[in-house]
Design a protein around this ligand. Structure first.
Ligand code: ZN
Length: 146
């Protein structure tokens, strides 16, 4: 037995079972096949697409992907980060803890600074809620060619 996807001239679709392709042809010519919806005998075969999904099954929600980076080494990223820090912060040297506090308590306008702080000073600043980030040893500032 073979199954054909059939449709009438009004585009109603239904299935028909036949013993062979010739069986379908002869039944169709004799107008023995009628649309179950409208009774039309003007029937044609559709291309069967047994694995085609009609979308009745809801599609899976898109997976959320984590952003990933390839082709850049950690060392390159570290250098870029440090360059950014160097180019976008003011070097206040040993007065870093003092300056960081002033900015935190809004005694001075907010700005990016860098400088030195001892382990104890870093600890104190953090306990006061001052946002600071430890930076691995800074490379020499890139040569200014301009
Ligand atoms: Zn029909």
């Amino acid at each position: 037995m073979i199954v054909y996807d059939l449709s009438c001239d009004k585009a109603h679709r239904f299935e028909g079972w036949f013993s062979s392709a010739d069986d379908f042809d002869s039944q169709n010519q004799d107008e023995q096949i009628a649309c179950p919806v409208c009774g039309s005998v003007n029937i044609s075969r559709q291309l069967s697409a047994p694995h085609f999904s009609t979308g009745a099954t809801p599609s899976e929600p898109p997976q959320s992907n984590n952003t990933a980076v390839a082709g850049v080494s950690l060392e390159q990223m570290r250098r870029k980060f440090l360059e950014f820090v160097l180019n976008n912060s003011e070097d206040v040297g040993r007065s870093f803890p003092e300056e960081a506090r002033k900015i935190h308590y809004e005694e001075e306008p907010r700005r990016a600074i860098r400088g030195e702080a001892s382990r104890d000073e870093v600890q104190e600043l953090r306990e006061e809620g001052v946002e600071i980030f430890p930076v691995p040893e800074l490379p020499e500032p890139p040569d200014q060619v301009h």
